[in-house]
Write a protein that binds this ligand. Structure first.
Ligand code: NDP
Ligand code: GDR
Length: 342
């Protein structure tokens, strides 16, 4: 019988790549869909016909229990979140509820549906394997680089704090109830399907607009921040591998290379044959109340224990995104609607 996966956050960047990957692996894929008529669900339905949807929201405990009861999944991937860091200062409470407490609600849904009692249970109890989308944002103000699974956390945003809660809770359910519950500490990963609010996509779209004469400038915030940027398609493979391991453990996933936002900008403009210095304008209003200055992964554990390796290098990723956005805009596409989801 086909294995069954339930994905929260299926309408996001990672959800789409993961669904595609699991369908290719022969899984039955179910996505948790939020709201009455979510336009992102309609977009995904057109693009991935074999995904099945089940209603639910990370804010609603009962809906998660119903979803788990209905789907009877072998694996649950919790990707749903308020994931845009600046939004987490504007809506800190909502971020705590969705990105933090949502993890508790999903773990509880699995615990209750698996019949695991609230007193301590033997290791390996329950059949459902749980993946939590933890983030390098938890490291925040880093004291050591590169960052590993044991580097301490000092989150710098309400988002990072909420993710740290979800991370420790996942560890706690593993230790308290013997559940197969793991966190992937994923560093920034991008693609042509990346949300337009994140810096890589903002830059690739900005370059495409300038190239096509639709705009003349691109406004950006802190150009000195460093990130470890990889390709989303590679990272969902890591999520799946984590749930196939014999023992439940947490893993860092990243490339081990770090670049400044300035280097990203240079690479993107160069890919389109443009000079960034003629178009990029610094904008203080885009700076954050507290910044994460430097992120760089040490993915050795994932490489050695899971055999995971990234396959797309930074320059290739940037070029892929710029070319995709030039094509999308040339064809009259709307990046926030139809996007380049193919
Ligand atoms: P996106 O922002 O693209 O997607 C977020 C998803 O969360 C959307 O599908 C959204 O659904 C869903 N969501 C929002 N609120 C709720 C809610 N109340 N209940 C259920 N679902 C909800 O994120 P990514 O795909 O980039 O990232 C996936 C996960 O990985 C996130 O948890 C993110 O924080 C984490 N992460 C991402 C990294 C990255 O670089 N991409 C790095 C490290 C971690 P809707 O369509 O309904 O709005
Ligand atoms: P991040 O990604 O906050 O690392 O979180 P984002 O692309 O938003 O920012 C990366 C860096 O770029 C700087 N920056 C700008 N960022 C945006 N969005 N817009 C700008 O105009 C701009 N100018 C400079 C930022 O200050 C920052 O330093 C992403 C999300 O996917 C999280 O959900 C995930 O957990 C982490 O990556 C790992």
């Amino acid at each position: 019988m086909a294995r069954r996966a339930l994905i929260t956050g299926i309408t996001g960047q990672d959800g789409s790549y993961l669904a595609e990957y699991l369908l290719d692996q022969g899984y039955e894929v179910y996505g948790l869909a939020r709201g009455q008529a979510n336009p992102r669900v309609s977009r995904l339905r057109k693009f991935l016909q074999n995904v099945q949807f089940v209603g639910g929201d990370l804010l609603d405990q009962g809906s998660l229990i119903s979803a788990v009861e209905k789907v009877q999944p072998d694996e649950v991937y919790n990707l749903g979140a308020i994931s845009f860091v600046p939004m987490s200062w504007e809506q800190a409470e909502l971020t705590a509820e969705v990105t933090g407490m949502g993890v508790l609600r999903m773990l509880e849904a699995i615990r209750v549906c698996s019949g695991i009692s609230s007193s301590r249970t033997a290791a390996g109890s329950g059949q459902i394997r749980f993946y939590q989308a933890s983030s390098s944002e938890m490291f925040g103000q880093v004291r050591e680089t590169p960052q590993t699974e044991i580097t301490s956390f000092h989150p710098r945003s309400p988002y990072g704090v909420a993710k740290a809660y979800g991370h420790f809770l996942t560890q706690n359910y593993r230790e308290s109830y013997g559940m197969y519950a793991v966190s992937g500490i994923l560093f920034n990963h991008e693609s042509p399907r990346r949300g337009t609010e994140f810096v890589t996509r903002k830059v690739s779209l900005g370059v495409a607009r300038i190239k096509l004469g639709l705009a003349s400038e691109l406004r950006l915030g802190n150009m000195e921040a460093r990130r470890d940027w990889g390709y989303a398609g590679d990272y969902v493979r890591g999520m799946h591998l984590m749930l196939q391991a014999e023992t439940p453990e947490d893993y860092v996933i990243g490339t081990g290379r770090t670049h400044t936002v300035r280097e990203l900008v240079e690479a993107a403009f160069t890919a389109a044959g443009l000079d960034w210095e003629q178009h990029v304008v610094g904008d203080q209003t885009l700076h954050r109340p507290a910044e994460v200055d430097l992120l760089c992964a040490d993915p050795k554990k994932a490489r050695v224990q899971l055999g995971w390796e990234p396959s797309v290098a930074f320059e290739e990723l940037v070029t892929m995104m710029v070319e995709s956005d030039i094509k999308l805009l040339s064809n009259g596409g709307d990046p926030d609607q139809d996007s380049s989801w193919s």
